[in-house]
Design a protein around this ligand. Sequence first.
Ligand SMILES: NCc1[nH]cc(CCC(=O)O)c1CC(=O)O
Length: 317
Amino acid sequence: MTLPSPDQPLRIGTRGSPLALAQAEETRARLMAAHGLPEAAFRIAVIRTTGDAVQNRALSEIGGKGLFTKEIEEALFAGSIDIAVHSMKDMPTVLPEGLEIGCLLPREDVRDVFVTGAGGPAGIAALAPGAVVGTSSLRRRAQLLHRRPDLRVVEFRGNVQTRLKKLADGVAEATFLALAGLRRLGHGETELGAPVPVDEMLPAVAQGAIGIELRRRDADLAALLAPVHDAPTASRLAAERAFLAGLDGSCRTPIAGLAEIDGAAGGTLRLRGEIVRPDGSERLATERRGPLAEAAAMGADAAAELRARGGDGFFDS
Ligand SMILES: NCc1[nH]cc(CCC(=O)O)c1CC(=O)O
């Protein structure tokens, strides 16, 4: 294996958002530590994507997950970057032919945080009747309305600072953010709100996981990435992403999924999945347990069950 060097640095492609940059830097730090390489052996290359260019419109309206990956994948094909770092939560389940997720970093905490800023209500149950909550996530909106049909949900986008400002300005009383993202940006979770238990709000598929995309059959790169790959994260995502793929999940459908490994049971995988009507009026949930080797089959099977139970048009209202 030829290792990257300051003369021939590994080029790491990423979006330019603060979270994306933090994830690229975490990737670089792990690779430096794994191989004893200096920082200069890596170069972080920021790529502007369609998703970044259209920040003013609801993402679900303009076409979903591929928006944040297209230009980055073009750079991989063109050879202007060597690897790309992604939030797996935002990755389509089907990648372009010739590319693969060759490596998954150890997953962060998967929970959402109920964010209120200082002195706000302690959790969803503490929100006053009819309170306004801001989120642009269809999953969070539907899950919240399912539990609290009295609440009003308004569109909320932007970085952490923008959202906190909106809360301070009284635009909404609370919002939700992934704990993983808050931690990676250096926020303490309790300073902004409280993590929501996963049985109150099941996270998005792959929430908290960072994946590294590369050109298939790049053996040198695969060897470079192997020591930073986390196999348990890979098993969990195999189950969750098969579940999402089986439901044809786009950004336009409220789907949640979480796989966890029970070490005590000899490495048994427990997958929970749910779909919710966009207006929150109905929620269908299921669960599977099985050996890690069957992760993807369990996800596909759980999806098939919910598809059948939900019937056509489940996501239409
Ligand atoms: N869709 C945006 C997005 N993609 C990944 C994260 C957070 C980090 C993660 O879940 O890995 C976020 C922000 C959020 O949901 O709060």
